[in-house]
Design a protein around this ligand. Structure first.
Ligand SMILES: Nc1ncnc2c1ncn2[C@@H]1O[C@H](COP(=O)(O)OP(=O)(O)O)[C@@H](O)[C@H]1O
Ligand SMILES: [Mg+2]
Length: 240
């Protein structure tokens, strides 16, 4: 790579996905700058989660490429993409209800046969004190918001280059939304990773995001820096 080239944290180019013969994503291009928070927005059913599932390798793509910190991950299986630096928290968060909070937290790192980094664990306890407090409870005993915090903690423990959050505020009480927002701010200030945030909660995006893209029927309808997100755009593509 030449010294003048600016390397994105993530570049998605011409992503096309179809499910059961119908085109769901029709050529998505996204570029996430290093150490930034990127908000992917849009109404229900426009293809936000499908974009994340294609990126993480859970859905096959018909076309397109993914480059993470200069590394082409397009042809890697999902586990290798995770190892390459994608930390994914799916919509609905996927906590194992019968495992303890501690087991849930470490399962991602242990599954890879990696050692648990004590300082990283302490950092997660600082971000989300509730995890330490409830370490020995069953995951299913936590509230939805606490499960969301646990799922974010589990993803962070893998030390991702890109943290991917799919609607982390969905169905969660306001005080925990605030805590998750504070955590995202802290991670952004630390500057160790970029964050791809899928959200429908507009004020949350406006407060945290550096840049945005809005999907509409599987295409990018609008994009730019967050201060370019006008009321007209919000009205056209986001207001229900
Ligand atoms: N596994 C699937 N099977 C069938 N249709 C799907 C599947 N996943 C997504 N879709 C369809 O793709 C479209 C986009 O879905 P999704 O990416 O989940 O939207 P969003 O996350 O923006 O709400 C929707 O019409 C949805 O019904
Ligand atoms: Mg979704």
């Amino acid at each position: 790579m030449s010294a003048t080239a600016i390397q994105e944290s993530l570049a998605i180019s011409n992503l096309r996905v179809s499910i059961g013969g119908s085109a769901i994503l029709r050529g998505i291009n996204l570029s996430i700058q290093p150490k930034s928070v990127f908000c992917l927005m849009g109404r229900n059913g426009v293809g936000k989660s499908t974009t994340l599932k294609a990126l993480t390798g859970l859905y096959p793509a018909d076309a397109g490429s993914f480059v993470l910190d200069g590394q082409d991950i397009t042809r890697m299986p999902a586990a290798s993409r995770a190892r390459a630096g994608l930390g994914y928290v799916p919509q609905g968060r996927d906590i194992f209800p019968l495992l303890t909070v501690e087991e849930n937290l470490f399962i991602g790192v242990k599954a890879r046969g990696e050692k648990i980094d004590k300082s990283e664990v302490d950092r997660i306890y600082t971000l989300f004190p509730i995890i330490r407090e409830f370490l020995h409870r069953k995951g299913g005993m936590l509230s939805g918001g606490q499960q969301q915090q646990l799922a974010i903690g589990r993803a962070l423990l893998t030390k991702p280059k890109l943290l991917i959050l799919d609607e982390p505020t969905e169905g969660i009480q306001p005080n925990i939304i605030d805590q998750i927002g504070d955590a995202i701010k802290m991670l952004r200030e630390e500057g160790r990773m970029s964050i791809l945030l899928v959200e429908q909660y507009l004020d949350f995006c406006k407060e945290l995001g550096d840049d945005f893209a809005i999907l509409e029927r599987g295409s990018v309808a609008a994009s730019g820096s967050m201060d370019e997100l006008t009321d007209d755009v919000v009205k056209e593509f986001l207001t229900v």
